[in-house]
Design a protein around this ligand. Structure first.
Ligand SMILES: N[C@@H](CCC(=O)N[C@@H](CS)C(=O)NCC(=O)O)C(=O)O
Length: 212
């Protein structure tokens, strides 16, 4: 069985969404990113991946795959009938990779990562100055489209959905871009997406100490 190392509401949420949209069973291992420990047995997560970052997907043959763009495409290709990625060779496959890369670099690493890990204003000035321009790209693209690629939900949508949820948590009001707000609402109406988010929100609440 596939196994996913994840942290609640981290970028690994996109992989959980993909697994659920694919209808694939998996064992889920919660990772505490602050201490880099696996909740199951308190072991060092760096023993699973030297990168110390989620997602890590353990494949049926025991190999471990990291990097959201790779993990998401791997999951999509396990169930081609679900259409979670255009098939290899289809020109739209490159569009999918274009969006996975955009979300992973321009939104995640350029904005969300510094926002959640470096809280000081000096480090955040440049990311904050850039984010509106960055988000105008998917906002314009989604003005007359239901999904990022083609006519159906793909793993690129799973990735962007996660990023938009985190943007909200990072204080970016997605409502400034009506097409993005409507898109996020549409994505959250999907049963698999809704269930994945509810599961991770509950886990996050359970492990985050409530404010005194
Ligand atoms: N390039 C990786 C980035 C993964 C990543 O940064 N994951 C975050 C959670 S969203 C993490 O585990 N951070 C812990 C760390 O980097 O120490 C990907 O796209 O999967």
């Amino acid at each position: 069985m596939l196994q996913l190392y994840f942290s609640p509401m981290a970028c690994s949420l996109a992989s959980r969404i993909a697994l659920m949209e694919a209808g694939l069973d998996a064992r889920y291992h919660l990772v505490h990113l602050g201490t880099k420990t696996v909740a199951d047995d308190n072991s060092d997560f760096r023993g699973i991946s030297s990168k110390g970052a989620v997602p890590v997907l353990v494949l049926a043959n025991g190999e471990r795959l990291t990097e959201s763009a790779a993990v998401l495409q791997y999951i999509a290709d396990l169930t081609p009938e679900r259409g979670l990625a255009p098939p290899p060779g289809d020109p739209d496959r490159y569009r999918l990779q274009e969006w996975l890369s955009f979300v992973g670099t321009e939104i995640h690493k350029a904005f969300l990562f510094p926002t959640f890990w470096y809280k000081d204003d000096a480090s955040l000035a440049k990311p904050r100055a850039r984010i509106a321009q960055t988000l105008s790209v998917p906002a314009a693209h989604l003005t007359d489209r239901e999904f990022l690629v083609g006519q159906r939900f793909t793993v690129a949508d799973a990735h962007l959905t996660w990023a938009l949820l985190l943007l909200r948590a990072a204080g970016v009001d997605v409502a400034q871009w009506p097409s993005l707000a409507a898109y996020l609402e549409r994505m959250q109406a999907r049963p698999a997406v809704r269930e994945a988010i509810a599961t991770e929100m509950a886990l996050r609440k359970a492990i985050t100490p409530s404010p005194a």
